[in-house]
Design a protein around this ligand. Structure first.
Ligand SMILES: Cc1cc2nc3c(=O)[nH]c(=O)nc-3n(C[C@H](O)[C@H](O)[C@H](O)COP(=O)(O)OP(=O)(O)OC[C@H]3O[C@@H](n4cnc5c(N)ncnc54)[C@H](O)[C@@H]3O)c2cc1C
Ligand code: FES
Length: 262
């Protein structure tokens, strides 16, 4: 069950170029949220932009009733959102969507994050740490100053392996290349992926070949966010049958081997 609330802004920080961390008092949403779910945010009080914007839940503190978002400014909506100050109220609906499937406690899992795709994976790793899972995070970014959330992952006792496109930090190359070199596929019970489409599209067949189950979080453009308008349609293949699913309500998380990438 999702809630609509006027969440009070508690903090806003710029954490990397064009990238903001924002904390809200939103106890009803924080209490229900699961990793991989998102909130649909009204970015200002006027009718422009008319539509809400979907942003993943980055972290929650259920006892404090606090939730955090981590987002990149790419257009009008996210620009307006970044301008809010502590004490302001932001209308949001959530938690929405189907999140990640959690593994058995104590499992060894891999998490692959590219760019702002790290945002929902912090909440996931928070839950995995509570379940005493052994987590390796493959974290990719354009360059050293764009690497996100590495400190948070380390604090949660995950092993963090970094790749940057220009080699200014960690391995020089992409996250799929890093995983090919570093990952011990035989011992991995589950892999979770969020990042640019091209990255997820490369990792999905690698998982299938290694027979490791995986889930990807898709970032389709959304309208209503609650399954009514079909603007977020994605193609899913199941036992050879192709069907259309709604990323907002049936996802945004889907089994990696079911997604038809085109
Ligand atoms: C389930 C879900 C979770 C998301 N979580 C996060 C998050 O945690 N942090 C974050 O920074 N962003 C996240 N996004 C993407 C975010 O919703 C968009 O960046 C935002 O809606 C852009 O709004 P805007 O008004 O600023 O830009 P617009 O003016 O609407 O668009 C600016 C540019 O961004 C592109 N764009 C807009 N929406 C998307 C999208 N959904 N996917 C890819 N490109 C898009 C447009 O094509 C355009 O080029 C998520 C998207 C989805 C569907
Ligand atoms: S955004 Fe309307 S159905 Fe998904």
């Amino acid at each position: 069950m999702s809630k609509v609330t006027d969440a009070k802004v508690l903090a806003v920080y710029m954490v990397a170029p064009n990238t903001y961390y924002m904390e809200f008092e939103a106890p009803d949403i924080a209490r229900l949220a699961m990793p991989g779910q998102f909130v649909h945010v009204r970015c200002n009080d006027s009718l422009d932009p008319l539509l809400r914007r979907p942003i993943s839940i980055h972290m929650v503190s259920r006892p404090k009733g606090v939730l955090a978002l981590l987002f990149r400014v790419v257009g009008k909506g996210t620009e307006m959102l970044s301008q809010y100050k502590p004490g302001d109220r932001v209308n949001m609906m959530g938690p929405l969507g189907r999140g990640f499937t959690l593994p058995l406690p104590g499992s060894k899992v891999a998490v692959a994050a590219g760019g702002i795709g790290a945002a929902p994976l912090v909440f996931l790793v928070q839950e995995l740490a509570n379940m005493k899972c052994q987590v390796t995070v493959y974290l990719g970014a354009r360059d050293k100053k764009s690497v996100l959330c590495d400190g948070q992952f380390v604090q949660m006792e995950a092993e963090v392996v970094i790749a940057t496109d220009d080699g200014s930090m960690g391995f020089k190359g992409t996250v799929p290349q890093l995983m090919q070199r570093h990952m011990d596929w035989r011992k991995t019970a589950m892999t979770y992926v969020c990042g640019p489409k091209v990255m997820m599209q490369e990792i999905a067949p690698m998982l299938q070949e290694a027979d490791v189950p995986g889930e990807v979080s898709l970032e389709e453009r959304m309208g209503c966010g609650v399954g009514a308008c079909l603007s977020c349609a994605v193609k899913i293949s199941h036992h050879g049958q192709i069907s259309t699913k709604r990323a907002c309500a049936d996802g945004p998380v889907f089994p990696s081997w079911q997604v038809v990438w085109d």
